[in-house]
Design a protein around this ligand. Sequence first.
Ligand code: BES
Ligand code: ZN
Ligand code: ZN
Length: 503
Amino acid sequence: MINSNDLKLTVIGTDISRQGSDALVLGLFKQENGVAIAASPFSAEMTRAVEASLASINATGKADELLLLPPVAETKAKVMAFTGLGVADDASLDDELLRRAAGSAARQLSNVSTAVFSLPAETTARVSAVAEGIALGAYRYENYRAASKSSKPTLSEAQIATERSADKDLVEVLKHAAAIGRAVRGTRDLINAPANELYPESFASAVKEYAKSLPLKVTVYDEKKLAKDGFGGLLGVGGGSNRPPRLVKVEYAPAKAAKHLALVGKGITFDTGGISIKPASGMHAMKSDMSGAAAVFQSICAVAELGLDVKVTAWLCLAENMPGGKATRPGDVITMYGGKTVEVLNTDAEGRLVMGDGLVAASEEHPDVVIDIATLTGAQMLALGLRTAGVMGTESVRDALIEASNTVGELAWPMPIPEQLRPSLDSEVADLANIGERMGGMMTAAAFLQEFVGEVDGQQIPWAHIDFAGPAFNEGSAWGYTPKNGTGSQVRTLVQYAATLAG
Ligand code: BES
Ligand code: ZN
Ligand code: ZN
């Protein structure tokens, strides 16, 4: 299930004239009339000649442009690939633009297994950006294509040219980029897996299998255990499916951890809507409704691989939302884990039900912080669009997450949980209803989840909720290092946040 090919990242010096490879990747700045090669490894004369060739094929240097030219005498690569940097000069180039340009090249190169990336990478931060871009961009999902039909080899070895190649700290930088890349690609594999293969039980098995190579403890709660302990949210949502729900707890507990972070992920392996069934068109994309669970699992894997000094517990709330004979009906009342009752007025608002159970379970351990992440509402996309995640909750945690997302170059935005939304969730018959005010529906859903965040000494545990319904799954075109379909969004933000807790 999680098996995207691995990638070898190394650094080399900037004199690359004798370096053989399938491709030499160079960056282009946008100019008034044509383009300029960024940090050109060629002689001045050769640089001018290549820039003239590029101008003659109308190169623009805009982001996601990738142009190929046959090699010139000053390189031993089989082909030269030019990736647009999207800006006019080095002063306007930030780390994220560089990450995207490197990633866009890695993503678009076909029939290339080895490449030298000669991009502006004279600082540690820039080497890191190039390495991460490559590790994120070099991805293809071909698990289900006949070997004979599969496309050409994917990039398996990338050498990054930098004047800092002798620096010892780059070893850590490359290790970090490789671990992050592996986690994001692993998340995409899980999201892209079809729901006939990835269902709660098989997801739990895949987690167990993958975790074996890391210092992680995995506990799987099956339907019997869930029933015994009263996980009414998971059981209510999973009831309509022949494939029973699972709650998976993954623990990373290093000896020196000062803080404990709990992560809770929505893992609806397929969301038909249940009895409140969704329209047919576009429903196939609901195989991605487990992106939160995939993200928290791969984040804890990266944290463990990097050996961060922070205790992390990840809770994967896995269920399939189907309209079978034992499905929850609109109007049914369920008792959630911890005892709160919920009147289910719409079975398509199922994410908050499985997440409520997960939040209560996570809170029982009194972690320092709880973060939950879910493809929770269509309203998220109406509010923030397809690429920007909404972050709500305790101000300090919310804002620290936004800062983490800015650091790694992911798009996220803080949103409030206005007080007046809470009464819209009142039920005539139960403690809560699972739907409320439609306007600002992303925030209404957050107000629902908040009810399940535990308290310690009368104070709510610091908590944040990430709704990434749009960013998790890209039904549009690929861009930068982001492929079509499963994106692996928010994994880098979660790992970065964990790193700040580790100090
Ligand atoms: N999984 C969906 C949210 C979603 C929609 C994610 C589109 C990604 C793309 C969620 O379970 C859902 O159906 N939410 C409902 C809630 C409503 C009934 C209150 C929604 O947003 O329409
Ligand atoms: Zn739904
Ligand atoms: Zn859903």
